[in-house]
Design a protein around this ligand. Structure first.
Ligand SMILES: *Cc1c(COP(=O)(O)O)cnc(C)c1O
Length: 360
């Protein structure tokens, strides 16, 4: 069958150039006679890889010197616990619940202190981002937590909430490196890499250095203290070496695409092709309010479950894979991450037009 257009929400499409490079280096990484999968994480070869990877990320995101970059395991979901364990000094935190991932983080935090839900969009199946200009932020909140791009529902904050001076913690798993960000706006900005940056099994947490202390909740496991990882250059134990290596290649690919500004233009172009079509289609329509639409995850429906299923099946046959929507939304979802080429979205829209003509 060859390569398909893969619209998976995660793990997801990676740049072909990156896969080819990894293939070329598989048997013998730069003359050392072994693959990166086989080398010691304490070797000078790997030391160069992790340092270059971090340096490239710092350059891409323009990360200030007072932030640490941590390559951690346990996925984004382990951060749901690590964040309160490390930050909940007053045992109070405020959560904005805009989807399943934010909800899971909020529920996890309840184990460690008082986790307040200060805003939510659950009343309308998370199809919008609530107004965050004047939130009831708790006076003693240790932080305010958001999920910036809601992978399942296809919403994205276009403006960060006013946290009234409190620390902002953000899960950017599904919009990581999709557009420029101002790292200084956050206490912690983190994401699982398998959505937009690399293979599964790692999360990158960018943490302001004053938040990295021994003053954590008393029962916090050693492995769940940011300080453990910061003090050991993300190598307290064996890191996910392969994932770090591939992420490094993706960072170079993004740089070659014009950095994050280039990535944003590329992503806006793709999203416009799909949303413009959805806005005038007589069969398909988007499920999210226009002003909160994600550039990365685009859910849409026909309004008829059987027709949705027929479309997903036909699309699969035509080489457009993983378009089935999340079970809580139904319908379809096209995840059009950084590595999805413009051509993939153009061809998908052509296919949708044809399906519409034939089935309306
Ligand atoms: C996928 C996803 C997660 C969960 O990631 P894991 O690495 O599987 O734990 C968390 N948050 C968001 C926004 C996601 O898209």
């Amino acid at each position: 069958m060859g390569r398909v257009y893969n619209f998976s929400a995660g793990p997801a499409v990676l740049p072909e150039a990156v896969l080819q490079e990894a293939q070329a280096e598989m048997m013998d990484y730069r003359g050392c006679g072994m693959s990166v999968m086989e080398m010691s994480h304490r070797s000078s070869m790997f030391d160069d890889i992790i340092h270059e990877t971090e340096a490239d990320l710092r350059k891409l995101m323009n990360i200030p010197d007072n932030y640490r970059v941590l390559f951690l395991q346990g996925g984004a979901s382990l951060q749901f616990a690590m964040i309160p364990m490390n930050l909940m000094k007053n045992r109070v935190a405020d959560y904005i619940v805009t989807g399943q991932w934010a909800k899971k983080a909020w529920q996890e935090a309840q184990k460690y202190g008082k986790a307040n839900k200060i805003a939510s969009s659950e009343d309308k199946t998370f199809s919008y981002i609530p107004d965050c200009s004047d939130l009831p932020v708790s006076p003693d909140a240790d932080y305010v937590y958001i999920c910036e791009n809601n992978t399942i529902y296809g919403t994205k904050y276009k403006k960060l909430p006013d946290t009234k001076g409190k620390l902002l913690v953000s899960d950017v798993s599904s919009c990581f490196l999709s557009e420029p960000v101002n790292v200084s706006d956050y206490g912690i900005i983190y994401g699982g890499v398998q959505k937009n940056v690399g293979p599964a099994g790692m999360v990158i947490a960018i943490v302001r250095d004053d938040l990295i202390t021994d003053d954590v909740l008393p029962f916090t496991p050693t492995m769940m203290k940011y300080k453990t990882h910061a003090d050991n250059g993300s190598m307290y134990n064996t890191p996910n070496c392969w994932c770090i290596y591939i992420c490094g290649k993706v960072f170079k690919w993004i740089e070659s695409m014009g950095g994050l500004a280039g990535m944003k233009a590329h992503n806006e172009k793709k999203a416009a092709i799909l949303y413009d079509y959805l806005d005038q289609s007589r069969m398909f329509h988007g499920t999210v309010v226009k002003e909160d639409r994600s550039l990365m995850n685009v859910p849409f429906v026909t309004g008829d479950k059987e027709l949705d299923a027929k479309f997903v099946k036909a699309a699969e046959k035509a080489g457009f894979l993983n378009l089935k929507g999340h079970r809580t939304v139904g319908g379809m979802r096209a995840s059009i991450y950084n590595a999805m080429p413009v051509e993939g979205v153009q061809k998908l829209v052509e296919f949708m037009k044809k399906f519409e003509e034939e089935n309306l």
